[in-house]
Design a protein around this ligand. Structure first.
Ligand code: MUC
Length: 93
């Protein structure tokens, strides 16, 4: 199943710089592993915002929730999920 996911990042302004660097390093490694596995095929920055639009390709809601809740930045993000269905006008041939 495909999911459109928007993530808005809200790191505390007074966060310890070493902790910030650590969480961002772990987030990058985690997201790149999922991209290489094909489960996170699109990751786009929303221009002008500390936010992204992503497409996830996973088995079901439960797998998506497991992946999202495992993001190192999960405690610092607002996440909006939209499940995608096939549009009847999509060209298939
Ligand atoms: O920067 C972000 O949009 C948040 C997050 C998503 C992937 C990643 O590496 O960081």
């Amino acid at each position: 199943m495909l999911y459109h996911v928007r993530m808005d990042v809200h790191l505390p302004p007074d966060m310890d710089p070493a902790e910030r660097d650590d969480v961002l390093t772990r987030e990058k490694a985690y997201s790149q592993r999922l991209q290489r596995e094909g489960r996170w095929p699109h990751l786009w920055r929303i221009a002008g915002e500390y936010a992204n639009i992503s497409i996830f390709d996973v088995a079901d809601h439960d797998e998506l929730h497991t992946l999202l809740s495992g993001l190192p930045l999960f405690p610092y993000m607002r996440i909006q999920v939209t499940p995608l269905a096939t549009h009847p006008s999509t060209i298939t041939d």
